[in-house]
Design a protein around this ligand. Structure first.
Ligand SMILES: Nc1ncnc2c1ncn2[C@@H]1O[C@H](COP(=O)(O)OP(=O)(O)OP(=O)(O)O)[C@@H](O)[C@H]1O
Ligand SMILES: [Mg+2]
Length: 331
């Protein structure tokens, strides 16, 4: 099959070589926010730790999941699991991901297996956007995620080790663009768990100075509600939408999506009406329909109330396909 002719939905890989920087938290929250805005979202958990799967209350890990789809053993619609959030399906992690590196090594084009699987399984029939939670290493599995993705989103903590990890990750992405995916965009660097370290402000400033406008204006504050939310199997943006972490994720959704230009013009011409109404976009970007007035037009000193993700069913676009649910047959 020629992959050139396949239409992909925007695929955003959430990756950082460094562990514990909130990749999984970010992936889960963005996925839930996008689903609340009316998109059909597939959250693909490619980390053998299975934290994204567990964070939606799916434990123990199911017998069928991402690795079965990547290797073509099981069709996508049989591996997708519904979540409690309308529009959000999970391609879960399974224990097989632990041996994925070995298994994929036998694949002829080992970095392209996920992309080929998504193409042959018509991922666009199931999702308007795919968010991939990557493991904290640049092995074959992450290579597959980045080869399939239109954009990579980089969560990073403002601490010295994470800064170094981010620089390494940046170089790895540059290398991967040359070898596996020349059209991979960087959706941006999202600073996470800010405010809990007295030296964090200095590191944050130096990260912003080094990476410039690649760093999102809004960071995700350190917030104990994140742990509570994980225990409850609910994204913090839903559990505590006005909190330090919960308010941060919805503010950043558009910028991550705007980094996927190849597909936004075809599959994703505009956010659904609910998105415009519910999401005052603080980060913005060229062509962002939510910020025609621009982020700087906000009144100084006045902080807008953060948007509230909702678990109630979003209004769907006219002609919006429900094939995902029907084919999965699980809702
Ligand atoms: N904003 C936050 N405030 C407080 N704790 C947070 C925040 N974001 C994430 N955490 C916590 O930090 C820990 C690591 O988060 P997470 O699992 O999302 O990181 P990760 O980058 O996916 O880790 P790994 O590299 O192991 O996959 C978790 O215990 C999570 O609950
Ligand atoms: Mg993780």
């Amino acid at each position: 099959m020629s992959l050139q002719k396949v239409v992909f939905p925007p695929i955003v890989a959430v990756f950082n070589h460094k562990g514990g920087v909130a990749k999984t938290t970010t992936a889960g929250n963005l996925a839930a926010c996008l689903a609340a805005l009316g998109y059909r979202v597939v959250l693909a958990d490619l980390d053998a730790q299975g934290n994204a799967t567990g964070s939606f209350g799916i434990l123990p890990l199911p017998p069928v999941g991402a690795m079965d789809v990547i290797t073509g053993r099981v069709p996508l619609d049989q591996a997708l699991l519904p979540t409690a959030f309308p529009g959000l399906s999970l391609l879960p992690a399974t224990t097989q991901l632990r041996t994925a590196e070995l298994e994929l090594a036998a694949h002829e084009r080992s970095h392209q297996a996920l992309r080929e699987a998504f193409a042959s399984q018509s991922i666009a029939d199931h999702a308007d956007i795919v968010i991939i939670d990557c493991p904290p290493s640049l092995g074959t599995i992450t290579g597959n995620a980045l080869a399939a993705a239109a954009a990579v989103l980089l969560p990073a903590r403002p601490d010295p080790y994470s800064h170094e990890g981010l620089v390494n990750t940046w170089h790895e992405i540059k290398r991967l663009r040359q070898t596996a995916n020349a059209s991979l965009n960087v959706a941006g660097i999202l600073l996470t768990m800010t405010g809990d370290d007295p030296t964090g402000g200095d590191v944050e400033r130096s990260m912003r100075a080094e990476f410039g406008d690649q760093v999102y204006a809004h960071s995700i504050e350190s917030d104990p509600k994140v742990t509570e939310a994980a225990q409850l199997g609910v994204p913090v943006a839903v559990l505590d939408p006005d909190g330090g972490a919960g308010a941060g994720y919805p503010r950043n959704w558009w910028r991550g999506c705007a980094a996927t230009p190849a597909t936004t013009s075809t599959l994703w011409p505009n956010p659904p009406p609910t998105a415009r109404r519910r999401t005052p976009c603080a980060t913005g970007g060229p062509g962002c329909p939510d910020c025609s007035a621009g982020p700087t037009s906000r009144r100084p000193g006045r902080r807008s109330k953060p948007p509230t993700p909702t678990v109630s069913p979003p209004r769907r676009r006219p002609g919006h396909s429900r094939k995902n649910r029907d084919s999965a047959g699980r809702r």
